[in-house]
Design a protein around this ligand. Structure first.
Ligand code: ADP
Ligand code: MG
Length: 658
């Protein structure tokens, strides 16, 4: 239902809400408080001026107002609380002047300074507070003073129940209705109400999520694909031409993939392996196999840098093989793009490598039948599946370095077959990792010098491009500092997302060809970038990054059998950083990160839009997930969803993407 339906909601308010991505009543009631304030009336004695308290008071003087700036005014009056008269001031409440008359009871929240006998209030309500009062606290919405009022009004327009949890299961788990839950969340009288409300919403998010994955699995189990006629001799010849010896896990991954391609069941496979475990070559081999059967394939990468790198590598690998590989990225010229698109359409291109640009409407294929998505957690379900529609029941292969614990993987990727790559290519050494304070930078500089002298290269990563905050070392700022430190004698490149495509390419090329020795960059190099000669990774303001990101960044070095180093620069004591000193194992690190921060960004999935949970926290609520899992499976196998409007609707959308 649209926001307009709410009586008394003005155009202006609607605009403010839209800016916050709130477009419907459902969005609005889903704007949950991020915390609750519990206010209990206190007496002034014994309170320190640092703590926020709530008191009951009676107004004893007419209030005065003073305008300090156009955006700042102050309202002042005296009030009596438990026999003591105090001076009260509150900012930006001039509009309350008329309602605060002598004799009125007010509830004040704020801080009391007993030396000056002054109370600086942050909140003022009329009335007397007897028991405690629970105040939901919302993230602010520009232009709206108290979102609670509008939200509570909007709840009136919500149906009693939304059937996201079918009634029999709601009963079984003792859950209140959706509407009741919203009332309890936005307008609670007790903490118990908040808990009950949240419990219902968490169950809703879980039920829906589990429904989607299990239903997809159910659909995919029935899917047929093309049984491909692969030139096995060619594949053997290719594997022998690879300049390194494949690990057993890689060979196994290739074998599983080939079986999928040959079978008439459609491939839906996830290759899960830590950074540097060598997933690319598996996909490369399968793309060749697919081409050998006479079909086109696509490899989708999340960044231009990565797509370009894949393009170069594949072109090199295939130099003695008769396959045509092309690149398509958004930043190519119109003409270049048109040319590639035409040749995809005609079937001339066997393998297309690209970024999001490949998903565009204009791109079509003659007979696309294998879609590889690299760093799949960077893409949303819709994006990934758009490509499906461009092909004829294409086989789908996903590559992911998101090292999630296996149990979680099995529930999250319930709809996929999972190939795990555990073994690292032989000769790989752990990256020697140290957390350092800025004051210890000298050690780091010496190591950089030493490595550069050995002919090796260095990455330096900063969280920001330009200086916004003094405590953060920006890319440009670091360039200056390193130029000074090395007397401008070491060639340094700069890379970040705001550079033009051509600039990025030439910076990356200079680094690849060892013309620049140091690359100062933002996290654009986080995924996939592969320069074997790089041996040092220095990350400034390391506390700004999650463990998963740091581990990925570190994965840019140690891609060879020579010793590599990673320095995490951080002036604060941040316990989680020690985990990286301890271990190079992505799965261990993810487990630790999980313990430190709940699901956090370790899944990397959050950003992808697959799992945008509002209240649910997979780690905390994992037990609930396990209990619901069997309910959801039963709901699907009994086909009860066919009588549920909500899920019928979801299925319509899922169907579209399959
Ligand atoms: P990721 O799994 O992170 O995508 P890549 O596929 O980029 O890893 O591989 C990392 C590096 O290791 C690449 O330079 C690749 O050529 C190299 N590599 C892959 N497999 C092997 C192997 N079996 N032996 C030696 N080097 C390998
Ligand atoms: Mg990769």
């Amino acid at each position: 239902m649209e926001l307009e339906s709410i009586k008394g909601l003005g155009e202006k308010t609607k605009e403010y809400l839209n800016k916050q991505n709130i477009y419907t009543i459902k969005d609005l009631v889903g704007f949950y408080p991020y915390r609750y304030e519990v206010l209990s009336p206190e007496v002034l004695d014994n309170t320190s001026k640092e703590t926020t308290i709530t008191i009951n008071a009676k107004v004893v003087t007419e209030p005065t107002t003073a305008y300090i700036k156009s955006s700042l005014n102050v309202l002042k009056f005296n009030a009596e609380t438990y026999g003591k008269v105090i001076r009260v001031s509150i900012f930006n409440r001039a509009y309350l002047k008329k309602s605060i008359t002598i004799g009125k009871d007010v509830i004040l929240t704020g801080k009391y300074d007993n030396i000056h006998n002054s109370f600086t209030a942050s909140n003022l309500k009329l009335g007397i507070l007897n028991d405690s009062l629970i105040n939901p606290v919302y993230h602010s919405i520009k232009g709206i003073k108290n979102p609670k009022n509008i939200i509570v009004e909007a709840i009136n327009y919500i149906e009693e129940d939304n059937n996201i949890i079918p009634k029999n299961y709601a009963l079984k788990h003792n859950l209140i209705t959706n509407k009741k839950a919203l009332e309890y969340i936005h307008n609670p009288k007790t903490i118990e109400e908040v808990e009950k409300g949240r419990n219902r919403i968490i169950h809703e998010e879980l039920f829906e999520f589990l429904f989607k994955v299990n239903y997809l699995k159910h659909l995919k189990d029935k899917e047929t694909g093309i049984a491909k006629n692969i030139d096995i001799e060619l594949i053997k010849r290719f594997i022998n031409s690879i300049p390194f010896k494949l690990t057993n896990d890689q060979l196994n991954g290739i074998k599983e993939g080939l079986n999928d391609l040959k079978s008439n069941k459609r491939m839906n496979r996830l290759v899960l392996g830590d950074v540097g475990s060598g997933k690319t070559i598996i996909a490369t081999t399968l793309l060749l196999a697919n081409a050998s059967a006479g079909y086109q394939g696509v490899m989708l990468a999340p960044t231009e840098i990565l797509a370009t790198q894949h393009f170069k590598n594949l072109t090199k690998y295939f130099k003695d093989f008769d396959v045509t590989v092309e690149l398509l990225t958004g930043k190519m010229t119109k003409k270049e793009k048109e040319n590639v698109i035409k040749r995809c359409e005609s079937g001339e291109v066997d393998i297309l490598i690209g970024t999001h640009a490949v998903l565009g409407d204009k791109v079509s294929f003659k007979n696309l039948s294998l879609v590889v998505t690299d760093e799949q957690h960077r893409f949303g379900v819709k994006e990934r599946d758009t490509l499906k529609l461009k092909g004829n029941k294409p086989d789908m292969l996903f590559l992911s370095a998101t090292p999630i614990p296996r149990t979680y993987a099995l529930t999250i990727y319930a709809d996929l077959d999972v190939t795990e790559i555990k073994e690292k290519p032989s000769g790989r050494k752990d990256v020697i990792t140290k957390v350092k304070k800025e004051s210890e930078l000298k050690d780091v500089l010496l190591k950089i010098l030493e490595e550069v002298k050995l002919g090796h290269q260095v990455y330096i990563v900063s969280p920001s491009i330009e200086e916004t905050d003094e405590s953060i070392k920006s890319v440009y700022n670091l360039k200056e500092k390193f130029d000074i430190a090395f007397h401008s004698k070491i060639p340094i490149g700069i890379l970040h997302g705001k550079l033009k495509k051509k600039e990025k390419e030439s910076v990356m090329n200079d680094f690849l060809e060892n013309n620049t020795k140091i690359l100062i960059s933002t996290t654009v190099i986080e995924v996939g970038v592969d320069v074997k000669n790089a041996t040092v990774m220095v990350i400034f303001n390391a506390d700004h990054f999650g463990l998963a990101t740091l581990h990925q960044l570190r994965g840019r070095v140690g891609r060879n059998d020579i010793d590599s180093y990673c320095y995490l620069i951080c002036n604060k004591e941040v316990e989680r950083l020690n985990v990286l000193e301890e271990s190079n194992d992505g799965f261990y690190i993810s487990k630790k990160d999980f313990e430190f921060r709940g699901e956090g960004d370790i899944f990397g999935i959050k950003q992808s839009g697959d799992m945008n949970f509002n209240m649910l926290n997979l780690k905390r609520d994992y037990d609930k997930l396990l209990t619901l899992q069997s309910n959801v499976k039963e709901f699907i196998s009994s086909k009860d969803y066919e009588n549920n409007e909500y899920y019928k609707n979801i299925i319509k959308n899922i169907d579209f993407y399959n």
